[in-house]
Design a protein around this ligand. Structure first.
Ligand SMILES: C[S@@+](CC[C@H](N)C(=O)[O-])C[C@H]1O[C@@H](n2cnc3c(N)ncnc32)[C@H](O)[C@@H]1O
Length: 350
């Protein structure tokens, strides 16, 4: 009797289990709540909305529909778009609140206007598919390649690395340098104030872009000399800028994988995280000829940024101990760490 009732009980359990899907079991166990967690994962992993926003910016829709509403059919020819497909895009942008429907067609909302070219918040440059960052982000479709190989998906997608690509595209190179300058403008004053730069004789800014950071440091410390090193297309115009400001600085248009000009202090701002370990070591080895090396980086505080460095460059942000270990193998000892606007300034001595 007992045996038969047990057997009936298990039959019942097995029947229930067989009709439960993989999702329903954890739901019953209270591990997943379908309406929130599953939905949240779907939203996190969906590619539709991020791409719709990027295409909207690339087509210039937020600006085109800002003042004057229009239908998809009306603006399709000037945007070189298919009217039906454009209407599908606008309908989704309307669901997102980027555009709204009016009697005269779609119009950009105040929210959507934040995506405009002149909104001044950096979003347009970040999302536009022909901007350096927006173009590079498209390589995230090949994140799997980066995770499998540890290499930049950018190169797999575009056939050459980020810097080589920029060298062939002056429009991208110019846009990247302007983007770097904009981001630096906000925190150059803190960087200048964070260190007693007057201790140094000749400061070599390695991968120093078009020289705005070095100029600000030299301007605040008139006794110092500077030397800017970056790729030829980026340093173009830097010598003239230094001269106009009456600053004692030389300029070398070349690679930091070649021997660097002489100096007692070498500065690397946001450079090492663009490179894999082997290349980062090569750069550090070049800089370690000086008495001091200053490294300014964010120390792996953003997992998202780490993946961006991987996909764009095959690089990554390194933590304090990683950088300390790397530098030590070139005879450099960490002397101090100073916080500067969300980044850390590491001062190494030899
Ligand atoms: C992320 S940016 C940082 C620029 C600048 N230090 C700043 O913080 O604004 C990296 C810089 O490294 C430069 N770079 C890349 N490869 C280089 C190379 N082989 N030799 C010299 N500079 C290079 C780029 O041109 C770019 O200006």
């Amino acid at each position: 009797m007992a045996e038969s009732s047990t057997s009936t009980g298990w039959d019942c359990v097995n029947t229930i289990a067989s009709v439960l899907t993989e999702i329903e079991l954890p739901v019953m166990a209270g591990l997943i709540h379908v309406d929130t967690d599953v939905q949240r994962l779907r939203e996190m992993s969906g590619l539709v909305t991020p791409m719709a926003l990027r295409v909207a910016v690339t087509l210039g829709l937020p600006d085109r529909l800002r003042d004057e509403p229009a239908t998809a059919a009306e603006i399709a020819p000037e945007l070189e778009a298919d009217p039906v497909a454009l209407d599908l895009l606008l309908a989704h942008l309307t669901v997102l609140g980027v555009t709204e429907r009016t009697a005269a067609g779609y119009r950009t909302t105040d929210f959507g206007a934040l995506l405009g070219a002149d909104a001044g918040n950096g979003l347009h440059g970040f999302l536009h598919q022909d901007s350096p960052a927006g173009r590079a982000d498209l390589a995230f479709a090949d994140l799997l390649h980066s995770v499998r190989t540890g290499e930049a998906a950018y190169e797999a997608r575009y056939g050459q690395g980020f810097w080589a690509d920029l060298a062939e595209r002056p429009d991208l190179r110019g846009a990247f340098d302007r983007q770097m300058n904009r981001r630096m403008a906000a925190w150059i004053p803190q960087l200048v104030a964070a260190v007693d730069w007057s201790r140094f004789g000749t400061l070599v800014d390695v991968g120093g872009g078009n020289g705005r950071t070095l100029a600000a440091i030299l301007q605040a410390n008139p006794g110092m000399r500077g030397h800017l090193v970056d790729l030829a297309e980026t340093v173009e115009g830097a010598a003239e800028m230094f001269r106009e400001r009456g600053l004692d600085a030389e300029v070398t248009g070349g690679s930091f994988f070649d021997p660097l000009p002489a100096g007692d202090t070498y500065l690397l701002v946001d450079v090492l995280h663009n490179w894999d370990d082997e290349r980062a070591h090569e750069i550090l080895a070049r800089c370690a000829l000086g008495t001091r090396v200053l490294v300014v980086e964010s120390l792996g505080e953003s997992t998202e940024f780490d993946l961006v460095m991987l996909v764009h460059f095959g690089g990554r942000d390194r933590g304090l101990h990683d950088l300390e270990r790397m530098a030590a193998s070139h005879g450099l000892t960490l002397e101090s760490v100073t916080q500067v606007s969300g980044r850390s300034l590491l001062e190494f001595t030899r």
